[in-house]
Design a protein around this ligand. Structure first.
Ligand SMILES: Cc1cc2nc3c(=O)[nH]c(=O)nc-3n(C[C@H](O)[C@H](O)[C@H](O)COP(=O)(O)OP(=O)(O)OC[C@H]3O[C@@H](n4cnc5c(N)ncnc54)[C@H](O)[C@@H]3O)c2cc1C
Length: 426
């Protein structure tokens, strides 16, 4: 890592990988520096823990009908299941399955809550989603859970203007081999310096200096793609410090929380169609949080719990045993405790304590939606941020991160082209 490159890219998640591939396309020399021993970041298809592939992070091609990664999946032969909204499916109320009338009533309650929050945002009222929701509805707990799963934070912390800015087409298609597997195929052969955490960045000199335990990288331009929580944590020391306006924006658009608990069974214990989605809200116990499951994805004998917001954060901090027992209790109530006689493995994620992510996906705080745009501004003429939080309309997604990576590489290229032209004129 001795010579100076045109662009150094920090983080090999969806944004960093796309930025690097684009930079090579443009003929730039690059270093892609990744702290983990693998690529993908918050996109990770786990093939080890349960002996069958499952996505620990991203799973759906969101807004799949217009998502640029859908066409890439087609080109690379990665199949997906075309289906509607992310968590649509069955609904268990603790005492039994919801009737179709109850399911419709719940969907109406969710749609109304979402419409009111989006309408407030579109009118320029940047307030908490909670303030426009009907919190007395029978379905409020389930509606809260889905909002937390979507945004990573409770409705009290969701900005209506941020929510309104998100471009959702309602098509959410899970990838059969996994989202991580798609990125692995797409970027096979892309040079990456794995297990190379960046500890300090000095942008004060003629060349940018990027410190890692393996040595110092020198670069003419820089793209940083780590999550807002990682950037705000001080894990990377900047000289000079990040501008106060950017530091404020990092606080205004924190990384929220989401986690999964996956169980593998020896046979089909659910008797539901493959790739079913099941929601659970126990009406016998108002204090019990609601949650969702993916059941038998693509015919594998798995059940994967989806936890969002406070629930995901609190259970993760309580420990893996607590997470598993929470998810296990919900599955037992829906399908009978006997199904666990057929259990062959279990695994849980911990995205909040993972030092390289410190959370799952970003959400602007109420009153602060406009600060997401600050993240998209160049930090200096040769220093750019990319990543899901930088996307104005597809934040919190893989394709949003992907597009910001490409845009950042284009910006670095424009800077470098101008810098060369200026040097030639001298
Ligand atoms: C549980 C969960 C479910 C999700 N579901 C979906 C979904 O279904 N569909 C969807 O589109 N999105 C989903 N997402 C969100 C999606 O995964 C993210 O928005 C996207 O992957 C973020 O990509 P990124 O490149 O911005 O950041 P990251 O993936 O976080 O990439 C940043 C990279 O930087 C690395 N890094 C951190 N610190 C350093 C350092 N000091 N030096 C070097 N490298 C460093 C990290 O290891 C990481 O690889 C989900 C996320 C989670 C956690």
């Amino acid at each position: 890592m001795n010579f100076a490159v045109d662009v150094a890219i920090v983080g090999a998640g969806a944004a960093g990988l796309a930025a690097t591939a684009r930079a090579y396309e443009l003929g730039l020399s690059c270093y892609l520096l990744e702290a983990k021993p693998r690529i993908g970041g918050r996109v990770h298809t786990d093939r080890e823990s349960l002996g069958v592939a499952w996505d620990r992070g991203a799973h759906w091609l969101h807004s799949a009908d217009v998502n640029p990664l859908t066409k890439i999946a087609d080109a690379l032969g990665h199949a997906y299941v075309a289906r509607p909204r992310a968590f649509d499916g069955h609904f268990h109320l603790g005492t039994g399955w919801a009737t179709s009338g109850e399911y419709r009533a719940y969907r109406k309650a969710f749609d109304e809550a979402e419409e009111r929050a989006v309408a407030a945002g579109l009118k320029g009222r940047d307030i908490a989603a909670l303030d426009v929701m009907d919190n007395t509805s029978r379905w409020a707990r389930m509606v809260d859970h889905i909002f937390m799963a979507i945004s990573g934070v409770p409705p009290s912390d969701i900005s209506t203007a941020d929510l309104a800015a998100y471009r959702d087409t309602g098509a959410n298609w899970p990838l059969v081999q996994g989202y991580g597997a798609l990125l692995e195929s797409l970027y096979a052969g892309l040079p990456v310096e794995l297990s190379t955490p960046v500890t300090a960045i000095d942008t004060s000199g003629a060349l940018i200096l990027i410190e890692t335990p393996r040595g110092t990288v020198r670069a003419r331009s820089l793209i940083v793609t780590v999550s807002t929580n990682v950037l705000a944590s001080g894990a990377i020391r900047f000289t000079p410090e990040l501008p106060p306006r950017l530091q404020a924006a990092l606080q205004a658009v924190p990384t929220g929380h989401a986690n999964k608990v996956a169980f593998r069974f020896k046979r089909d214990v659910f008797r539901l169609p493959d790739t079913s989605y099941v929601n659970f809200m126990d009406e016998r116990d108002a204090a019990r949080p609601a949650c969702s499951f993916q059941i038998r994805p693509f015919g594998h004998d798995l059940a994967i719990a989806y936890l969002g917001g406070d629930l995901a954060e609190n259970l993760e901090r309580a420990g893996e045993a607590e997470m598993m027992s929470f998810a296990r209790a919900a599955l037992s109530d829906m399908f009978g405790a006997d199904i666990f006689r057929e259990l062959s493995g279990a695994a849980a994620t911990s995205w909040t304590r993972d030092p390289h992510t410190l959370g799952a996906y970003s959400c602007a705080r109420p009153g602060h939606a406009a600060e997401r745009a600050v993240l998209a501004e160049p930090v200096s003429e040769r220093f750019f941020l990319a990543g899901e939080a930088v996307s104005a309309d597809w934040y919190s997604t893989v394709h949003g991160a992907h597009l910001t990576g490409i845009a950042a590489a284009d910006q670095a290229n424009t800077y470098l082209t101008r810098a060369i032209a200026a040097a030639l004129r001298r």
